[in-house]
Design a protein around this ligand. Structure first.
Ligand SMILES: C[S@@+](CC[C@H](N)C(=O)[O-])C[C@H]1O[C@@H](n2cnc3c(N)ncnc32)[C@H](O)[C@@H]1O
Length: 274
């Protein structure tokens, strides 16, 4: 797939998720990684009950792989940008933290996600959150205008991660920071998975190796780039879970091949400063 085709496939995949015609919580999806409900998935990856209950209903589809606002030390009055905001969960949590004098902008390239997020903002009475349709490789955001950029399980889906981090650097104010949750790899994925469209949309095969990811962030100009949290899939436990069956069936692979793939996947939280 070329870059344009990749984005089309990702957009179509997430349009179905937004319409709830396909759930993150089935089959082979490392964007969530479990067959549990969105609420249970989110608790496992670091959200509290209080946070989940504070967000508008429908803002959490269990698509994240971390809780970036929990680690971003957001302050009242700050401007926050969320790359790939989906139905808006992290934007709403950030909006509560930055308060009425602050502002949150969510960017997503899937019109169905933007529509859902805007409806959630109206339902939750959020006046300090705005959702813009756009691509994270070409942000519809002014230079030097943002204090904090967050993102949750999105950059692995981009076929042009260099542009994402360069654009992120451009829109941040001097001293501004990133706090990104994402999927990276500990080693190259086997060839049988690299060409799978399902594996791409499910946040596996677009992911790059951890060292290359950190280098891409640093090459964009960021200082103090580091991993503040890291979790691997516990493969021996995971292979006995019903989701393993979903992965094997969806990707049409053997249990040994599934173990090989899952053993390469790491969920990380990465920070950096402009
Ligand atoms: C796994 S979901 C995560 C959604 C959200 N961050 C959350 O945690 O609920 C990925 C989201 O990123 C969006 N996305 C993927 N690639 C994108 C790109 N290149 N530009 C903008 N949005 C993108 C998708 O439309 C989808 O809504």
């Amino acid at each position: 797939m070329n870059k344009v085709e990749t984005k089309k496939v990702v957009r179509e995949g997430y349009a179905k998720v937004a319409a709830q015609k396909s759930s993150c919580c089935n089959a082979a999806n490392s964007c969530c990684g479990s067959t549990d409900s969105a609420q249970d998935i989110s608790k496992k990856i670091g959200y509290t009950d209080e946070e989940l209950n504070a967000a508008p209903k429908g803002a959490n589809l269990g698509l994240g792989c971390g809780n970036p606002t929990a680690l971003a030390s957001l302050k009242k009055g700050e401007t926050v940008l969320d790359l790939g905001s989906g139905p808006g969960l992290d934007c709403f949590l950030a909006a509560d933290k930055v308060g009425r004098d602050g502002k949150v902008i969510g960017i997503d390239m899937t019109p169905e996600m933007i529509e859902k997020a805007r409806a959630n903002a109206v339902n939750g009475n959020y006046s300090n959150v705005e959702f813009r349709l756009g691509e994270i490789e070409n942000l519809p955001v002014a230079d030097n205008s943002v204090d904090v950029v967050i993102s949750n399980c999105v950059i692995n889906l981009s076929p042009d991660k260099e542009s994402v981090f360069k654009e992120t650097f451009r829109v941040l104010k001097r001293g501004g920071r990133i706090m990104v949750s994402d999927i990276v790899l500990s080693r190259e994925l086997p060839d049988f998975i690299k060409d799978s469209v399902d594996a791409y949309v499910s946040c596996f095969s677009g992911a790059i190796q951890k060292g290359k990811y950190l280098k891409t962030v640093a090459d964009a100009g960021f200082k103090d780039v580091s991993i503040v949290g890291e979790t691997s899939v516990p493969v021996d436990e995971w292979i006995n879970d019903p989701i393993a069956e979903g992965v094997i069936n969806t990707l049409k692979i053997s249990s040994d091949q599934a173990k090989e793939v899952m053993g390469s996947i790491i969920s990380v939280k990465v920070k950096g400063v402009k």
